[in-house]
Design a protein around this ligand. Sequence first.
Ligand SMILES: NC(=O)c1ccc[n+]([C@@H]2O[C@H](COP(=O)([O-])OP(=O)(O)OC[C@H]3O[C@@H](n4cnc5c(N)ncnc54)[C@H](O)[C@@H]3O)[C@@H](O)[C@H]2O)c1
Length: 418
Amino acid sequence: MNKVCVLGLGYIGLPTAAVLSAHDLEVIGVDLNPDVVKTINQGAIHIEEPGLSGWVQEAVSSGKLRATGSPVPADVFIIAVPTPITAECKADMSCVRAAAQSIISCLRPGNLVVLESTSPPGTCRDLLAPLFESAGFRIGTDLFLAYCPERVLPGKILTELVENDRVIGGMDESSTKKAIALYDRFVRGKLIATTATTAEVVKLMENTYRDVNIALANETALLCEELGVDYWEMARCANHHPRVHLHSPGPGVGGHCIAVDPWFLVEANPEGTSMIQEARRRNDDMPRKVAEKALAMTASIEKPVIAVLGLAYKADVDDLRESPALKVTEFLQQARVDLRLCDPFVKTDRYPVQSLESCLQGADMILLLTDHSEFKTVSPVQASEWMRNRKVFDTRRALPRGSWVQAGFEFTCLGVGL
Ligand SMILES: NC(=O)c1ccc[n+]([C@@H]2O[C@H](COP(=O)([O-])OP(=O)(O)OC[C@H]3O[C@@H](n4cnc5c(N)ncnc54)[C@H](O)[C@@H]3O)[C@@H](O)[C@H]2O)c1
C-alpha cells in the first residue's frame, strides 16, 4: 500500500491528502476543478484551514503530492466529494457516483476503495458495490470496499485527522482489515471496526443527535423565558448530573453537516423518523422566532436601525453555509428594517459588512447572532456613546449582561426569562 488516489480536494480531501503524504505515501489528488488542481500543484491552497498551507507546500515540493484532473492507477482510492441535499431534502449522490465511475478504469485486483463522504445508509452496499461488481470485481475477493466517516472540526482539521478515533466499516472483514491498515499509518486515535452500513449510520447519527438536542435546548429556552427562568443557569446546574448534557440554544442550526445530515436518515424512512423531522423543523423555525422578537423589541422606535453582529454559522469561522444568521437578516429585511451587518470573518461582496464602529453608530439595537470572540470584548460604555438607543438582544449568551445593564442598556438574552 504505497500509492493513494484522493478524489475531491476540499476541506476533507486536501488535508487528508497532505497528512497521507507526510506518512510516506505517494498521493495523487484528483479534483474536477482545474483551478484547485493548479493551485495545489503550485504548493498553495484554495481553502481556509490553519496550518494546511505549510503541509501542502511541503508535500508538493517533496514530490509526495501532486494534483490532477482525472484518477490514475493506485493501491487505494479515497472518495471525499460533496454530498449536498436537494431542494426536496434528499441526498444528492451524483458526485459520489461520478467519482466512483471515474476510478473504474484505474482499478486493479487487490485495490482498496474507501468512501469518506457523508452518505445515506446503504451507500456502499447499494450504490458502490454494484457499480464495481458490474465492472467485473468481486468485493472482498479482488476489490476491497469500506466506509470511514470524517468527524473533524473546521479550524482544527489537521490535529483532529490524526488524534480523533475513527470508525471503519468494511463491506466484509477483509475490507475492514485493509482499511484499518491504511488509517493506522497516520491516526493516533482508536480505530473502531464495524460494518459499512453501521459506519454510515454512525456518521449521520452523530449529527442527528446534536440536531435533536439543540432542538430540545431551543424549545426549553423559549419555555424558560415564559417561566421566568434563565435557561443557561438551569443548564449549568443540570449538566452537573453525570449523565446529562444539555446543549446550547441559539438562533438556529447552520453549517453543512448538522442542518443537512439528519435528512439522510429521514430519507431512509420518512414515516419512522418523525422525531428527527420535528427537531429539524424546530431548529429551522428559530430564525423566524428570533427576528420576530427583535422586531417586537424595536416596535416603539420609528424606523429602527438594528446592528447585526455575526453572519457566520458559528464562532470564529467564515463559513456561511446554512447560517441561521443569514435567515434572521432575511426576515428583518422583509420587514424593511434598516440593518447594519458586522462580521470580521466574512469577506464576500454578497454581504455589505461594516466595521463594528460604523455598524453601531446611530443604531438602536445590537442583535448578536454569532458569538465571535471579538464581539465578547465590545465595550458597553463605548457602544452606548455610538448608539441612538440602548438595546441588546443576545441570542448566544456571549455578552456579560451585568456590564451592559450598568451602561444603561435594556438587555435581552435568548432563553432568559428574567
Ligand atoms: N468539511 C467538513 O468539515 C466535513 C466534515 C465531515 C464530513 N464532511 C463530508 O465530506 C465530504 C466532502 O466535504 P468537503 O467539505 O471536503 O467538500 P468541498 O466542497 O470542500 O470539496 C469537495 C471537492 O470535491 C471536488 N469534486 C466534486 N466531484 C468530484 C469528482 N467526481 N471527482 C473529483 N473531485 C470532485 C469539488 O470540485 C471540490 O473541490 C462531504 O460528504 C461532506 O459532507 C465534511
